[in-house]
Design a protein around this ligand. Structure first.
Ligand code: ATP
Length: 135
């Protein structure tokens, strides 16, 4: 079994999609092992998105992620990393995410794509350490 870090970004919380998104995670058979509604300190967002520093969307991304409460979760199950990325759909909700995925069903713009999921076991370990250091 594997763990992944999931964020329901501030757009998902603001639009009232927390229940919908958590329901999809649970219906897939994945298990919630940590769950928290929180407002994100700038330093946490910078650490989480360090790989994007210097890109054109970085400043806007940090403002967006710190701009309102989000839901952070640790999700566990067989192939949890790939399984959640399948549920999420591709980064661009219109061009890349299939209908039936979270982003494909609910998203319009790449920045406001509702969810984050770790992309590898190394990322999952790093990100779980950032968001849930006591886990
Ligand atoms: P995440 O890491 O959030 O799951 P991802 O791995 O699909 O997303 P990344 O390429 O790591 O996508 O980008 C991280 C986040 O930065 C995206 O989810 C999106 O919110 C934002 N982002 C990425 N590319 C753009 C862009 N071209 N314009 C605006 N925002 C972007």
């Amino acid at each position: 079994s594997e763990r992944t870090l999931v964020l329901i970004k501030p757009d998902g919380v603001a639009r009232g999609l927390v229940g919908e998104i958590l329901a999809r995670i649970e219906r897939k058979g994945l298990k919630l092992v940590a769950l928290e509604l929180r407002t994100t300190e700038r330093a946490v967002a910078e650490t989480h998105y360090a790989e994007h520093e210097g890109k054109g969307f970085y400043a806007g991304l940090l403002d967006f992620i710190t701009g309102g409460p989000l839901v952070a979760a640790v999700v566990e199950g067989p192939r949890a990393i790939a399984a959640f990325r399948q549920l999420a759909g591709g980064t661009d909700p219109v061009e890349k995410a299939a209908t039936g995925s979270i982003r494909g069903d609910f998203g319009l713009e790449t920045q406001f794509n509702l969810v984050h999921g770790s992309d590898s076991p190394e990322s999952a370990a790093r990100e779980i350490g950032i968001w849930f250091p006591n886990l």
